[in-house]
Design a protein around this ligand. Structure first.
Ligand code: NAG
Ligand code: NAG
Ligand code: NAG
Ligand code: NAG
Ligand code: NAG
Ligand code: NAG
Ligand code: NAG
Ligand code: NAG
Ligand code: NAG
Length: 448
């Protein structure tokens, strides 16, 4: 009978797992929220291994290795381990702000939100998003607009100009400390948008611009299709953002920024393997010596399949032959023959399978044919190269990215990659034009 009584008491408690907090009902340190639906995510208080601090975080409910994907108060923990923090609270105020407080009711973290006149509730959704919304269902604040170090399916990385939001990833300081490290992944929207990993002031990696299908520096994205991944890149003036989706709900995948790479910054895509009971590394960057920022300098081409990896574009020669001989390519290459723009005698050669150059100062035209782009580049004496801007658009509307000055951070892949049309003087053009096949052209280009 005692057992029955116990069961009667315990069963409702077990099914009582809630997904929402309201102004009168905060979340206590010894309790959790579980998303309704498939019950995929848990929100609660935790201490990372080796830490004496307590944080409010979100982790997978069904992944046995606790994997935190979002942290509210990453830089402002509650003192003491989670096991001693039953008195801590996460609450939502009647002004619609979230607050984390310690056992003494001292608020350590608060979400900034435009105050709403209506009372709000905060709910953990089954996609891992913590959403504060008012009684009319209007979203006042959401965790997806404030990523920590992880991009979940449906989360955006990039800039929402309309909402004034800049969604970046910032790596944890260490596995026991979720506070922000100097390692940040952010969308640079100054030219053709591309993602950079920064380590403080130093650039560690560049994704290259989106070519309509993938980032030009992540050319193996096409091989993801079989896994049920789909990608979304929006660049419509209101926002410039990247996100991904996984069609098969059974696939658990996350993109995470780690601060321990060679250059101090590593982007990793992990996928949960049920059979192995472990996360499997699906993709990472930077990957090789050509993924470093511009190892071969302006107008140099990096190719991991060549020794040395750096060569000059056809029609260019090393700027500093001495350091080039020492296999330091960073000074790059200079033109053998000056351009002759005024006489309209310049032309273009194509570099196949390229990760197109740094596009932060490039100009994009989404509305022309490649031939129109060629004419436009030829007419503009500062234009040095162009490439298709959107490979998924109709052939006459693929537009172009146009570069001026030196072509920085250029590399080629054995397969994949884009065609880059770079400008040469007629004299140099003649030397290379006769090469009928691209393979031959590449071969000559490399043995320069
Ligand atoms: C959490 O602790 C409080 C007392 O601090 C207690 O009243 C409450 O029942 C506990 N909740 C759970 C889910 O253990
Ligand atoms: C955590 O607290 C314990 C006991 O209070 C102490 O021995 C340990 O050094 C602390 N660890 C850290 C990382 O502060
Ligand atoms: C709460 O206040 C007491 C007394 O001032 C202090 O000893 C304790 O460390 C405080 N707890 C936290 C979690 O800050
Ligand atoms: C977004 O944040 C990154 C990293 O802090 C910064 O480099 C970039 O300029 C920001 N973009 C905008 C549009 O504010
Ligand atoms: C970063 O990667 C290293 C090496 O793979 C791993 O040990 C560490 O736990 C990762 N950091 C975080 C915060 O997950
Ligand atoms: C370009 O035109 C100028 C005169 O306008 C001439 O002196 C020069 O030789 C021409 N260059 C070429 C490569 O034809
Ligand atoms: C794109 O080109 C078409 C026809 O060439 C023109 O009608 C349209 O206005 C252009 N759109 C933009 C955004 O330039
Ligand atoms: C030439 O192209 C550059 C960059 O594409 C642009 O800033 C400049 O305005 C163009 N000049 C002319 C005359 O069109
Ligand atoms: C690329 O073209 C496709 C198909 O027309 C279009 O849906 C997409 O918005 C375009 N992307 C950009 C960045 O213009």
């Amino acid at each position: 009978m005692v057992l029955t009584l116990l069961l009667l008491l315990l069963l409702p408690a077990a099914s009582r797992a809630r997904d929402t907090i309201t102004p009168g009902q905060p979340l206590r340190g010894n309790d959790t929220l579980v998303s309704s639906g498939a019950g995929s995510f848990v929100l609660g208080f935790f201490s990372p291994p080796g830490s004496n601090s307590t944080y409010v975080g979100i982790w997978y409910a069904k992944v046995p290795v606790r994997t935190v994907v979002w942290v509210a108060n990453r830089a402002a923990p509650v003192r003491g381990a989670a096991s001693e923090s039953a008195g801590a609270t996460l609450s939502v105020s009647s002004e619609c702000a979230l607050a984390v407080a310690d056992a003494n009711a001292t608020v350590v973290w608060r979400s900034l939100s435009s105050s709403s006149p209506r009372p709000c509730a905060a709910r953990i959704q089954d996609d891992g998003n913590l959403v504060v919304s008012d009684q009319r269902g209007r979203v006042v604040w959401q965790g997806f607009d404030h990523p920590t170090d992880t991009l979940l399916p449906g989360m955006r990385l990039g800039v929402d100009f309309a909402a004034g939001a800049n969604m970046t990833l910032t790596a944890w300081a260490s596995p026991s400390d979720p506070s922000p490290s100097p390692v940040v992944a952010a969308m640079d929207t100054s030219g053709d948008p591309e993602v950079f990993i920064w380590n403080g002031p130093a650039k560690v990696w560049r994704s290259g611009p989106w070519d309509g299908v993938q980032f030009t520096g992540v050319p193996d994205t096409v091989t993801y299709k079989g896994m049920g991944f789909s990608f979304r890149f929006v660049n419509d003036g209101r926002e410039a953002t990247y996100s991904f989706q996984v069609r098969d709900a059974g696939i658990v995948s996350r993109l995470v920024l780690n601060s321990t790479g060679v250059g101090g910054g590593l982007m990793q895509r992990w996928t949960w393997l049920d059979v192995a009971g472990a996360w499997a590394l699906y993709w990472y960057a930077p990957k090789d010596q050509c993924d470093a920022l511009s190892p071969c300098g302006p107008n140099g081409v990096c190719d991991t399949n060549k020794v040395p990896a750096c060569s000059c574009l056809p029609g260019f020669t090393p700027r500093s032959p001495a350091s080039w001989a020492m296999r330091d390519g960073r000074d790059g290459c200079v033109r053998a023959t000056p351009l002759d723009c005024a006489n309209r005698t310049d032309g273009f050669l194509v570099l196949p399978h390229a990760k197109v150059p740094d596009a932060t100062r490039a100009v994009v035209d989404f509305n022309s044919s490649l031939e129109q782009c060629r004419q436009r580049c030829l007419r503009n004496c500062s234009c040095t190269a162009y490439a298709s801007a959107n490979l998924t658009a109709a052939p006459g509307r693929r537009g172009c990215v146009m570069w001026t000055g030196g072509l920085e951070d250029l590399r080629v892949y054995p397969s994949f990659g884009q065609e880059l049309y770079f400008r040469l003087a007629a004299a140099d053009l003649g030397t290379w034009q006769h090469c009928s096949s691209r393979r031959r052209y590449m071969h000559i280009a490399q043995s320069e």
